[in-house]
Design a protein around this ligand. Structure first.
Ligand SMILES: *[C@@H]1O[C@H](CO)[C@@H](O)[C@H](O)[C@H]1NC(C)=O
Length: 376
């Protein structure tokens, strides 16, 4: 299977049924306008740190049937999930001291009329981007979407509203450049920023590729300044690269115009010892989230590196702190229900086409806060 197809498959595999991903985007809001689930009268009481909470079962879920989203479905039919459990669709993120409002696609589109929103990063960003496209699509399935561009820039514009939701593929955020002696990962260079900074909203994400080696490593050498090395401590490289990104934000981005977000590190589930099943090596048998609000391992190192680097950003940048709430979702990965027969406990699944009852048109995602979040 070609790389392109693979990516497309991933897109499809990855569309989490808005179980996990929407809150990733939405969570930062509830603080100011948290109100009861389904409560038509929002009140202003504080919500505390909305990333702290737990997954609660909600019979009204799923609110959205992702198989109805043509923007994922039509291109390739390479996925035959076969996942028969559907419990994992039934959970909603519940912050400790409030309920998140539900996502309202039409309101979002109205609010972002004429704006461009760009996700920049690896396949996890693709997850996010596709989720948002489908959430918006579901709010008005008749809406025309203009699909333009190709990797690294894929641009979907919701006509009538003129809202562009764009994904920019970048594994490391910093550059990888083909030179005579090979592919060089340039830890101190961001050449693509000129396009990025024209956007109204930027949502960054990176980590997955920093520790890869062997055939999956997309570079041959690492360069910082004039120094070129064959390899180095990856966490150190990650920190240098992120710091380059931070400096780029500090010097290049007009945050009056462009709102900047960084997604917290997306966790994987390959170690059952993390959830009391030491004999388990993947997420294949997992059908429900971890209850409670803590994960045994806590944050892993890259989250701390990211946190440290974000402290060096002098401009307003918001961390979408979804690491812990995602750690709790060991059940929300594609596992083996993907086209490659491989075990994927990295990306986030979307529901299988099938017996999941669509609740059309009330199928929007579980949180209504992305707009507000992005609007700050
Ligand atoms: C996305 O498409 C819209 C509509 O054609 C266009 O106005 C906008 O400039 C495009 N943005 C990017 C980054 O390609």
């Amino acid at each position: 299977m070609g790389a392109e197809m693979r990516i497309n498959c991933w897109i499809r595999v990855a569309i989490l049924g808005f179980i996990c991903l929407s809150p990733w985007l939405c969570l930062a809001n509830a603080k100011s306008r948290g109100h009861g689930h389904g409560n038509p009268h929002p009140h202003q009481s504080g919500c505390g740190y909305i990333y702290e909470g737990s997954w609660v079962r909600d019979e009204s879920y799923p609110l959205y049937d992702s198989s109805k989203c043509p923007h994922i479905q039509k291109e390739f039919d390479c996925l035959k999930y076969g996942r028969s459990d559907h419990e994992y669709l039934k959970y909603r993120w519940k912050p400790k001291s409030c309920d998140l409002p539900r996502f309202d696609g039409k309101r979002f589109l109205t609010k972002f009329k004429g704006k461009q929103i760009m996700f920049i990063g690896d396949s996890i960003s693709l997850n996010q981007w596709q989720s948002l496209i489908c959430m918006l699509h579901s709010s008005d399935p008749g809406l025309k979407i203009l699909e333009q561009g190709r990797s690294p820039t894929t641009n979907y514009t919701f006509q009538g509203y003129d809202v562009s939701v764009i994904v920019y593929h970048s594994t490391h955020l910093v550059d990888i450049v083909n030179e005579q002696n090979g592919r060089i990962l340039k830890l101190d260079s961001i050449q693509n920023g000129e396009l990025w900074k024209q956007m109204d909203v930027l949502v960054f994400n990176t980590w997955l590729w920093w520790y890869r080696d062997g055939p999956k490593q997309p570079w041959d050498y690492i360069q910082t300044g004039n120094k070129i090395v064959k390899d180095m401590d990856r966490m150190e490289a990650f920190k240098i690269g992120l710091t380059t990104w931070a400096k780029w934000v500090n010097t290049e981005v007009d945050t009056q115009k462009t709102k900047v977000f960084f997604q917290g590190i997306s966790p994987q589930h390959y170690h059952g010892s993390d959830w009391n099943k030491p004999e388990v090596r993947n997420c294949a048998q997992e059908t429900s989230p971890i209850s409670g609000s803590t994960y045994s391992t806590g944050w892993t190192r890259p989250s701390y590196v990211l946190q440290d680097v974000l402290k060096t950003v002098t401009k307003p940048v918001k961390l979408l702190d979804i690491t812990t709430l995602s750690q709790l979702r060991k059940d929300a990965h594609p596992s083996s229900y993907n086209a490659f027969k491989g075990m994927d406990c990295t990306h986030w699944v979307r529901p299988k086409r099938g017996p999941v009852k669509p609740r059309w048109p009330d199928q929007a995602a579980q949180a209504d806060c992305l707009a507000d979040l992005l609007d700050r």
